[in-house]
Write a protein that binds this ligand. Structure first.
Ligand code: PEP
Ligand code: MG
Length: 537
């Protein structure tokens, strides 16, 4: 048995096989100098790709149905595309290595598809990239990310949001990363999935690869490789106790979240993708307080179309029915990067072009989101809020575009409903200007993750700054009180949607400050309701 520690980000115990996720190495392959040899290598790799894809197709058909499996079928057809094959042959004749010819020709085609004025063809650019990358990986000997059957604990150096989005969420028992912080998006995902997870773990990826059983204790932050019988028995007992505690919370299901003195709170869920709305309902959420819409933009090679966004929002709106749903517009930038938007590398991305700043400078990105939100508004109870607001003019500019989009849609005969427009208060400037912003906003939702980072000037991603990232810092508490007071004076509601919203130490304090909504990982709702219902506040 080998054991060590990490920073726990969600309690619970997980036991199972470990899978190590490594980023693919992409050393540039070199040509043998003989085009015939390179062409033969390409042909063999194409054959392997064909076999892999047809196995994948059969699997997808059984597990996901014909419709989803068709995505794989498209890639199989692309493998036979004569234009693509001619392009590769020409590149090889021109001296390129087989792997580079496959990859570069794929990229050229992908860009042509992406520039077409046809949504279907635009979406195909991701398929051609995927397909050519598969050939590239085969030629470079990159095995890719092999997942076992069944559930597993995922061990990695670190995970970017674009990587976590591609993981089979229902099979992951725990995350253990060597880097990351408790407010990083891997940690947020772990909380959304209710899985015990550790960041900043002193674990060796090589040893994890060799171990048979990995266990994680998310209560203490310990991990165990191949635990001995005694340790295993203790961990299993803890696991059973945690399950019993969860079962005891079931008596709070279906109840109102009201304090003993009659103060009513709305306990909502934070979600990433539309499917999470089901998890929100299953967790008895009274609404969605934060839909992180940027997750619809991650893990893909092109911008989602207005129709794709509309379908996603409509699904959430319909799933939640009359319960309120707050959609946050795109918050790309900082730790959530996508290559296809063509944004520059920045020295200081957390202080750079992110959140609403991108939207206000790129109407081509902002407009489809707002149109999709207004179109989906007819199907439920939607509100919208903007991330990273620092000035009143930003809110006014965004509201202006909302009004224009809504009247355009009405003119096109597309039904819309009133969509309350709120501000995510997550910059100190917005907190200080809360009184001014409250005149223009229908509600405030405080992003305590970023508000902590920007108030204390502490990078939320930096694992070395843990002791300085203090969400109970008096400066932060003063701002939180000030925001709620400004909202109450203006007669608008204020909520918390950062990680602090689920902190049991803060629940009563938030109620006392005047917050009426708390939004959190679905798995935290019942325990927070217990605190609210037992509170004298
Ligand atoms: C926050 O900053 O608190 C927040 C909820 O948004 P995100 O964590 O996605 O930045
Ligand atoms: Mg934020």
């Amino acid at each position: 048995m080998k054991t060590g520690f990490g920073l726990p980000v969600f309690p619970g115990v997980a036991i199972g096989p470990a899978v190590v996720y490594r980023k693919t190495e992409r050393a540039l392959p070199v040509s043998s100098g003989d085009p015939k040899v390179e062409q033969a290598k390409f042909d063999a790799a194409r054959e392997t790709a064909r076999e892999q894809l047809s196995a994948l197709y059969e699997k997808a058909k059984v597990e996901l149905g014909e419709e989803k499996a068709a995505i794989v079928e498209v890639q199989m057809l692309m493998l036979e595309d004569l234009d693509y094959l001619d392009g590769v042959a020409a590149a090889i004749e021109g001296g390129a290595a087989a792997a580079m010819a496959a990859l570069d020709t794929g990229e050229e085609f992908a860009q042509v598809f992406a520039a077409m004025d046809d949504e279907y063809m635009n979406a195909r650019s991701a398929d051609i990239r995927d397909m050519s990358r598969r050939i590239y990986d085969i030629l470079c000997g990159n095995a890719g990310f092999q997942l076992p059957e069944g559930s597993f604990l995922l061990v990695a150096e670190d995970l970017a949001p674009s990587e976590t989005i591609q993981l089979p969420r229902d099979r992951i028992l725990a995350f253990v990363t060597r880097q990351g912080s408790s407010s990083s998006h891997t940690a947020i995902l772990a909380r959304t999935l209710n899985i015990p997870s550790l960041v900043q773990a002193n674990i060796s990826l090589e040893e994890a690869e060799d171990c048979e059983i990995l266990a994680v204790d998310g209560f203490t932050g310990s991990w165990y490789m191949d635990p001995d019988q005694e340790t295993l028995a203790v961990l299993k007992e803890k696991q059973a106790e945690a399950a019993a505690d969860r079962a005891a919370l079931e008596s709070y299901r279906g109840r109102e979240s009201v304090t003993k003195s009659g103060k009513k709170l709305l306990l909502c869920a934070n979600i990433g993708c539309p499917e999470d709305a089901e998890a929100a309902l299953a967790a008895d959420a009274e609404g969605v307080g934060l839909m992180r819409s940027e997750f619809l933009y991650l893990g893909r090679d092109n911008l989602p179309t207005e129709d794709e966004l509309f379908e996603a929002y409509k699904k959430v709106a319909e799933t939640m029915g009359s319960r309120p749903v707050v959609i946050r517009t795109l918050d790309i930038g900082a730790d959530k990067q996508v290559s296809y938007m063509g944004l520059d590398q920045e020295e200081n991305p957390a202080l750079g072009l992110r959140g609403l700043r991108i939207c206000l400078t790129r109407e081509d990105i902002f407009r489809p989101q707002l149109r999709a939100i207004y179109r989906a508004s007819a199907y439920g109870n939607l509100s919208v809020m903007f991330p990273m607001v620092a000035s009143v003019w930003e809110l006014k500019a965004a509201k202006d575009l909302c009004a224009r989009v809504r009247s355009e849609l009405e003119a096109e005969g597309i039904p819309t409903r009133e969509v309350p427009i709120g501000v995510m208060v997550e910059t100190p400037a917005a907190a200080v200007l809360a009184r001014e912003l409250a005149k223009e906003a229908a509600f405030f939702s405080v992003g305590t993750n970023d508000l902590t980072q920007y108030t204390l000037a502490v990078d939320r991603q930096n694992a070395k700054l843990g002791q300085f990232y203090d969400p109970y810092h008096p400066a932060l508490l003063a701002l939180l009180a000030q925001i709620a007071q400004a909202a109450n004076e203006a007669g608008i509601w204020a909520g918390i949607c950062g990680e602090l919203g689920a902190d049991p130490k803060m629940t009563e304090r938030f109620i006392a400050m005047g917050y009426t909504e708390l939004s959190m990982a679905p798995g935290r709702i019942l325990e927070t309701r217990k605190i609210v219902c037992e509170s004298e506040a």
